[in-house]
Design a protein around this ligand. Structure first.
Ligand SMILES: *Cc1c(COP(=O)(O)O)cnc(C)c1O
Length: 340
């Protein structure tokens, strides 16, 4: 059966590199959203816990509930957290309306817009936000911003960083004037973390933990991709030149050869390679995935029992004109995971 193999040593190596950069592992929080970027939520949560991670971020309450006993702090980026959910699951709040309605005991992290103009309350609303927080005696755990220019860098990154720092200072002064305990403050994702020196109370590390960085920076850290995708052989056939393979028979044998089918397809989150797909999509050792890929299998000119589709997803990302995030998060959660 096809498997996604997770290399626990490579993961540890990445966490060590990040901790060295941060000069401590205490402020490394891991982002496990979207099934841990396709790597398997439970498997990655287990590894994160073994490596001493205390704070994680997930997509929503559904993900948080599956791993709530693994960590001290679990923050759900999106959606509400139910009243009866464990108290170490925090909700993210992106509007003043939510501050008015959230259960006062529920821990939450307030997102403030530092210029990306995607999520979060505007800086102008901070004062009102803290008035509501103080009045309703809300359980404020953290305040955070998110920079939209971590990958690109440049002036826009700097501007959003300085907005973020101003937000942090205003939060400190609002807490002082309302006599509230200071929440944790965080702003950086993977690329932001490797671009700057000071990284606030915690950093939210996603992609770098899995072994990639999309930012073009000088001396990039030698991260190691932790996942490799493997498919097993279903069948082999010896075909003659001119014989056709698969739906529509669009692949025609150019010589007499053995062709085998393997147990992964577009139903597992891979893309459907078909006759109009530009270029040749190759497996890790160069075997071409022949058009057309089926829902649960593909064919290639190989006799291997087991074939590696990728050990480093960047090649596939380039092929599909996208980023590693998209290839990884689309991998079906039903692909079996095995931690090595
Ligand atoms: C996904 C996400 C992160 C992690 O980003 P990486 O680039 O994978 O490190 C951090 N913060 C927020 C708000 C996110 O949505």
């Amino acid at each position: 059966m096809a498997e996604l193999l997770i290399n626990s040593q490579a993961f540890k190596h990445n966490l060590n590199l990040i901790s060295t950069h941060l000069k401590s592992q205490k402020n490394l929080a891991l982002v496990l959203k979207d099934n841990a970027y396709g790597h398997g939520l439970k498997e990655m949560a287990g590894l994160a816990r073994e490596n001493g991670i205390e704070s994680v971020f997930v997509k929503n309450e559904f993900e948080a509930l599956q791993i709530c006993h693994y960590f001290k702090h679990i923050t759900a980026f999106y959606g509400e957290v139910s009243q009866d959910a464990p108290s170490n699951i925090y909700q993210c709040v992106q509007t003043l309306d939510t501050l008015g309605s959230i259960t006062p005991t529920r821990g939450f992290e307030l997102e403030v817009n530092c210029g990306m103009n995607r999520n979060g309350i505007s800086v102008d609303c901070l004062k009102d936000a803290f008035t509501i927080i103080a009045k309703r005696k809300l359980n404020l755990i953290g305040v955070f911003t998110h920079n939209g220019f971590g990958d690109e860098g440049g002036e826009d990154l700097k501007r959003q960083e300085s907005n973020s720092e101003r937000i942090r200072q205003e939060v400190v002064s609002l807490c002082t004037s309302h006599n509230l305990p200071l929440p944790r403050f965080h702003a950086s994702n993977s690329s932001g973390t490797f671009r700057q020196e000071s990284c606030n109370d915690i950093v939210r590390i996603g992609l770098a933990g899995y072994g990639y960085l999309c930012a073009e920076i000088d001396n990039p850290p030698p991260l190691k991709p932790i996942a490799s995708l493997w498919a097993d052989r279903i069948c082999s056939h010896t075909l003659k030149k001119g014989e056709k393979i698969g739906y529509g028979g669009v692949w025609q044998m150019q010589e007499d050869r053995v062709v085998s089918s393997y147990d992964l397809g577009y139903g597992d989150g891979l893309f459907r390679i078909h006759e109009h797909t530009h270029g040749k999509l190759l497996c890790d050792e160069g075997e071409q995935i022949l058009p057309r890929m089926s829902m649960d299998c593909f064919s290639t000119l190989s006799e291997k029992e087991r074939i590696c589709l990728f050990r480093d997803v960047r090649g596939w990302a380039r092929f599909f004109d996208t980023i590693p995030y998209e290839i990884l998060t689309k991998l079906s959660p039903f692909i079996k995971k095995r931690v090595l």
